[in-house]
Design a binder for this molecule. Structure first.
Ligand SMILES: NC(=O)c1ccc[n+]([C@@H]2O[C@H](COP(=O)([O-])OP(=O)(O)OC[C@H]3O[C@@H](n4cnc5c(N)ncnc54)[C@H](OP(=O)(O)O)[C@@H]3O)[C@@H](O)[C@H]2O)c1
Length: 284
């Protein structure tokens, strides 16, 4: 596939998977619009993208804000006249037992991880419908979800919910956009070596292998090229395959397994009870 005429928006491009994806798309020739909140990092990514795709640019802002998410698409269209690839990748982690998450915290996660992808997609689809040969529609929406949406670990209920919503939305888009010329890709990363693991405020118990972010970026580009609908990264991984199968066949075994790996302890419950007695809500 020739990416040289393509314009790609990549959210969460300042680090990790988003950064690797922005650079890989630019290397393939696409003009990249990179977005995130940390400007210094975005500037570096964009400078590297420009070595391959000279018109690449960046936008700084909070993707969990509807105006910014919609403005990102509007400004990209204003600047380049088209948007061919939209990679919804930005996300915040939330690794805490439910007792320690407030409704406000949960809403932040849903806005950043799920609603952002809804807002950018709603803004981009009308334009994608008019692109392509004789205005018959063309574009790619790539949503980076998580394996946590398939097997939610303990302490991850809200993060998993945000990714579950994203996965279902993407699968729904496949159905509704069939025949439109717009192709959707659902990306389901397993454990990937990025800074997201350092951002959790409650220590994560996972001690297994972490795979390089470049693996996900390469799978994203090849899924676009091959018009694949869903890709789990790493592919054909025995642990992920076993967890997926067991979660369907023996969900109670999986539930016990994740609870053992990272327990929600009696102390956590007792603390929450104390706070409830004091009239406090979850996460207060
Ligand atoms: N790493 C893993 O093991 C793993 C596994 C499954 C799924 N994933 C998913 O992969 C995607 C990329 O994550 P990553 O692992 O590459 O983590 P990361 O390095 O922490 O990247 C997250 C990106 O999202 C941006 N971001 C976060 N909140 C934002 C906000 N409110 N507004 C704008 N940008 C925001 C961050 O940039 P700023 O801080 O500069 O805004 C950063 O660029 C996420 O959707 C994540 O859920 C990762």
């Amino acid at each position: 596939m020739d990416f040289r005429e393509k314009v790609a928006v990549v959210t969460g491009a300042s680090s990790g998977i988003g950064r690797a994806t922005a650079l890989t798309l630019a290397h393939a020739g696409a003009t990249v619009v990179a977005t995130a909140r940390r400007e210094a990092l975005l500037r570096q990514v964009t400078e590297s993208c420009r070595e391959y795709a000279k018109d690449s640019d960046y936008r700084v802002g909070d993707i969990g804000e509807k105006d910014f998410a919609e403005g990102l698409i509007a400004q990209t269209l204003e600047q380049f006249g088209r948007i061919d690839i939209l990679v919804n990748n930005a996300a915040m982690p939330m690794h805490r037992p439910i007792y320690n998450i407030s409704a406000h915290d949960a809403e932040d996660v849903m806005r950043t991880n799920f609603l952002s992808c809804l807002w950018t997609s709603f803004a981009a689809i009308p334009h994608m419908l008019l692109q392509g040969d004789a205005g018959k529609g063309s574009g790619y929406i790539v949503n980076v979800s998580s394996f946590a949406a398939i097997v939610p670990p303990t302490h991850e209920s809200v993060y998993a919910a945000s990714k579950g919503a994203m996965s279902s939305f993407t699968r729904g888009l496949w159905n509704d956009l069939a025949g439109s010329g717009i192709h959707c890709v659902l990306v389901i990363p397993g454990p990937i070596d990025t800074e997201i693991w350092d951002k959790v405020d409650d220590q994560n118990a996972y001690r297994g292998k972490l795979f390089p972010a470049q693996l996900v970026a390469d799978e994203i580009v090849s899924a676009i090229e091959q018009r694949r609908c869903e890709v789990t990264v790493p592919r054909r991984n025995p642990q992920l395959a076993a967890a997926r199968l067991l979660s369907v066949l023996l969900p109670s075994v999986v539930r016990k397994g994740v609870a053992k790996m990272n327990p929600v302890t009696a102390t956590m419950r007792d603390d929450a009870r104390e706070r409830a007695r004091a009239g406090l809500g979850l996460g207060e």
